[in-house]
Design a protein around this ligand. Structure first.
Ligand SMILES: NC(=O)c1ccc[n+]([C@@H]2O[C@H](COP(=O)([O-])OP(=O)(O)OC[C@H]3O[C@@H](n4cnc5c(N)ncnc54)[C@H](OP(=O)(O)O)[C@@H]3O)[C@@H](O)[C@H]2O)c1
Length: 323
C-alpha cells in the first residue's frame, strides 16, 4: 500500500512510499482509509518537537511508527482475533495505531466507533482527536448552563468543536480567534468573539468561569487573571517549540494551582471509542458539526501537516484523502 512515511525527523524525510500492508493482530481492526484528519500531533512527530519528547515518539533519530496520521474514517476490511464490535463492511471512524495517512490502517477495536450516517467520511475523519480532546477538557470543566467560558484557537480543530459542545451545554462562549474565523465561530454558537490580533483578552475586564487555552501561547498567570476565584484554566496549547516545548506549563500546573485562587489543569486526551460514540450522538442530535476547510490527496499530505505546524492558522479541520 501507499503511505506517508519518514525514517528520521524532519520535513525533508517525509515522502509517500510503498510499504507492506498491515496485518491485524489480536483486538485490531484493519480499515481501508477513506479520509484521515490532520492534527498538530502529526507535526510534533514529523519534526520531533519538542526535542525532550523524542524518546516517547519512538526514537531519538526518527519516530516509530514511521507512518504519519492518527485520525481515520473508512470501511472495515478485516479483523484480528477477539474483535467482536466490528465486521468487514462496517463504516467506522476513530484513532488508528500505526499511522493513517495510508491506504490501509490498523486500529484497536476500542479506539473506533460506527460512523454516524449524518457525516461523510471526510467529515467523520475531522472528529476523533480534536473532538475527543474538546469533550474530555469540557468534562474536566464540568461546565454548567450559564457559566462563562473563553476558548482560544476557537476557529481551529479543537476550538470549533469545543465552541459547539460548550454552547449546547448552555454556557456563554467567548471565542478568541482571528478576524477571518470570527463569523464561523459565532455561527457555531459563540456569544462573542475577540480578535487576538487587536485585543489581548487576558488584559481586559471580562471574567470567566473557565478558560480553555488551545492557542496563543498565553502565560498561565495571564490566563489566571481572567478567571473568577475558584475558576479553571485548561492549558492545552502544545505549540511552543524548542527543547522543552509546552512541558514547563504542563508540569507546573499542579504547583500554580496550589498557590493560586484558580485551578490549572491539563488533560491528556485518550483515544476512547466510548467518547467517539458520545460525539457521534451529538452529531446525530444536531449539536455538533465538524467543519472541514480543505482536503488533500495523499501526495500532498505533507502540505496539510505544515498548515498545522507551530502556531498554525487552520480553519476547522484539514483532511487527507488516501483513497
Ligand atoms: N491535550 C491533548 O491531549 C491534546 C490533543 C490534541 C491537541 N492538543 C494541542 O491542542 C492545540 C490545538 O490543537 P488544534 O487541533 O485545535 O490546532 P489547529 O487546528 O491548528 O488550530 C489552532 C487554531 O489557533 C488559531 N490561532 C493561531 N494563533 C492564535 C492566537 N495567537 N490566538 C488565538 N488563536 C490562534 C488558528 O487560527 P486563526 O489564527 O486563523 O484563528 C487555528 O484556528 C495544539 O497546540 C495541540 O498540540 C492537545
Amino acid at each position: 500500500m501507499r503511505a506517508l512515511t519518514q525514517d528520521r525527523y524532519g520535513w525533508d524525510a517525509l515522502a509517500v512510499r510503498e510499504v507492506p500492508d498491515p496485518v491485524p493482530g489480536t483486538g485490531q481492526v484493519l480499515v481501508r482509509v477513506h479520509a484521515a484528519g490532520v492534527n498538530p500531533y502529526d507535526w510534533h512527530f514529523a519534526e520531533g518537537q519538542p526535542l525532550v519528547a523524542r524518546p516517547t515518539m519512538g526514537g531519538l533519530r526518527g519516530p516509530r511508527p514511521p507512518v504519519r496520521g492518527a485520525d481515520l474514517a473508512g470501511v472495515v476490511v478485516g479483523t484480528g482475533p477477539d474483535v467482536t464490535a466490528f465486521a468487514p463492511g462496517d463504516e467506522v471512524f476513530g484513532f488508528g495505531s500505526g499511522g493513517t495517512f495510508a491506504e490501509l490502517a490498523l486500529a484497536a477495536e476500542d479506539a473506533l466507533a460506527h460512523r454516524p450516517a449524518e457525516l461523510t467520511p471526510v467529515e467523520a475523519a475531522a472528529v476523533p482527536m480534536a473532538g475527543v480532546t474538546a469533550l474530555q477538557h469540557l468534562r474536566e470543566a464540568a461546565l454548567a448552563a450559564g457559566q462563562r467560558i473563553a476558548i482560544t484557537g476557537a476557529g481551529g480543530g479543537i476550538g470549533h468543536l469545543a465552541v459547539q459542545i460548550a454552547a449546547a451545554r448552555g454556557a456563554r462562549v467567548t471565542g478568541v480567534c482571528s478576524a477571518g474565523n470570527a463569523e464561523l465561530v459565532r455561527e457555531l454558537g459563540a456569544a462573542e468573539t475577540v480578535d487576538y490580533a487587536r485585543e489581548d483578552f487576558t488584559a481586559g475586564r471580562r471574567r470567566f468561569d473557565v478558560v480553555l487555552a488551545n492557542a496563543g501561547r498565553y502565560p498561565v498567570r495571564a490566563l489566571g487573571r481572567v478567571v473568577v476565584p475558584g475558576g479553571l484554566v485548561l492549558v492545552n496549547d502544545g505549540s511552543k517549540e524548542g527543547l522543552l516545548g509546552p512541558l514547563p506549563d504542563l508540569l507546573s500546573a499542579p504547583l500554580v494551582s496550589r498557590f493560586s485562587p484558580y485551578r490549572v489543569r491539563n488533560v491528556t486526551a485518550t483515544s476512547s471509542g466510548a467518547d467517539l460514540a458520545v460525539l457521534a450522538g451529538l452529531v446525530t442530535d444536531g449539536v455538533l458539526r465538524p467543519v472541514v476547510s480543505a482536503t488533500y490527496p495523499l501526495d500532498q499530505a505533507v502540505e496539510a501537516v505544515r498548515q498545522v505546524a507551530g502556531h498554525g492558522h487552520a480553519r476547522g479541520k484539514l483532511v487527507v484523502t488516501p483513497a
